[in-house]
Write a new protein. Sequence first.
Length: 53
Amino acid sequence: MSRSYHVTRRALRGKTRQELDEMATDANSSLAQWAKKSAIKKAVRKERKSKKK
């Protein structure tokens, strides 16, 4: 990963369902950043695993 993501699940802890729904529609929210981070981490893990074979 060339980019650093400083968003953790802790940033989402304690949020209400309404706040999370609002975050889901906002592209710059911490929820969206966490989703991007998770997708990139999954892709990197998959890539590394395929290189080992």
